[in-house]
Design a binder for this molecule. Structure first.
Ligand SMILES: [Zn+2]
Ligand SMILES: [Zn+2]
Length: 344
């Protein structure tokens, strides 16, 4: 079967290869991939700009769904033909303090699909049963495969952050995670502002399409003034950093309310290089957010089934996996909002 394989640790060491179908163990299913989302991290792996270890060669792709094509003898809750979407933690230890507490997303031994074990930009994936969720009727594969990035946003906004309906939430960065974070905050009743830069024009247009309280290009609007105006000078209860740049964090510290929260989802390899004194002076909580767990996935699938999220505005490209390089390039140049790959 054809697969998009990262085969080395230098820039652009990714290629389409023929690989054998995976063999499954007794607790696994063989998932026939029907749709797979392209993540910003897939592009970063391609360009080898990542701060955590990668097992190469590895089939890329961790946002995926499909149909159960075969099930191991110990698989109890899923059968051949079931429509399923998979979580991303292909391996967790199951016995560490975090796993035992249900916090398996931060298991130190966690290995994800697409970098730690073979992922989904191919025809078949070996998936442990514990990773599976049923796709509700009426949710198409192209939407269901994006459960993972929505779960990243949901975890950051709803699980790791504190705000109430009617509160002001500002999302910095209109990439797919930022757009989903803004959509989840909106669904939770917040008043939502999302920001970007001129090079984010395609994504800011998607934000306009989805509809938020304000969509702001910070190169020609003063965000501090806008937030002050909207909040009576108080500041935003929650700022979600989905941008990662130093300037974004500086902005977050400026616009956050006293006793408010900054939740950081975006990565950045560079040192921050600025004073964190405003965090102290304003008694602000800074919260990191990584990955997601089972209940978040179920809630996101319910949001998808209920039509609470605008998915059409999010999916800018649907292409066969053989077009991976053009799609990665479009994502890197921010011409794509979210791209979905189909098997060949
Ligand atoms: Zn992802
Ligand atoms: Zn563990």
């Amino acid at each position: 079967m054809k697969a998009v394989v990262k085969h080395g640790l230098e820039d652009k060491e990714v290629e389409l290869r023929d690989v054998p179908e995976p063999e499954i163990g007794p607790g696994d299913v063989l998932l026939e991939m029907k749709a797979a989302g392209v993540c910003g991290s897939d592009v970063e792996f391609w360009r080898n700009r990542i701060t955590y270890p990668i097992n190469v060669p590895v089939v890329q792709g961790h946002e995926f769904c499909g149909v159960v094509a075969a099930a191991g003898d110990d698989v109890a809750h899923f059968a051949v033909g079931d429509r399923v979407v998979s979580e991303t933690g292909a391996h967790v230890c199951g016995v560490c303090e975090f796993c035992r507490a249900g916090e398996y997303n931060i298991c130190p031994d966690r290995l994800g699909f697409g970098y730690g074990v073979d992922g989904a930009f191919t025809n078949y994936v070996r998936v442990p049963e514990r990773c599976l969720h049923r796709i509700p009727d009426g949710v198409p594969f192209e939407h269901a495969c994006l459960t993972e990035p929505i779960a990243v946003a949901y975890n950051a906004v709803c699980v790791m952050s504190d705000f109430d309906p009617g509160d002001d939430v500002v999302v910095l960065g209109p990439g797919p995670i930022g757009l989903f974070a803004a959509q989840v905050a909106k669904a939770a009743g917040a008043r939502v502002v999302i920001t970007g830069l001129p090079q984010d024009a395609v994504r800011l247009a998607a934000a306009e399409d989805i509809g938020f309280d304000a969509v702001v290009d910070v190169s020609n609007h003063d965000l501090e003034d806008l937030v002050a105006e909207r909040t009576g000078g108080v500041g935003a209860r929650l700022v979600v950093d989905a941008a990662g740049a130093q300037a974004a964090f500086a902005q977050a510290m400026e616009i956050v309310r006293r006793n408010g929260q900054i939740t950081k989802i975006a990565w950045n390899m560079d040192p921050l290089g600025l004073s964190l004194d405003p965090i102290v002076a304003k008694a602000v909580r800074v919260q990191g957010s990584y990955s997601h767990t089972w209940r978040t996935w179920e809630n996101v699938l319910r949001l998808l089934a209920g039509g609470a999220l605008n998915m059409d505005a999010m999916i800018s490209h649907v292409a066969p996996i053989t077009d991976w390089e053009a799609i990665y390039t479009a994502a890197e140049e921010r011409h794509a909002v979210k791209a979905v790959l189909r098997p060949v």
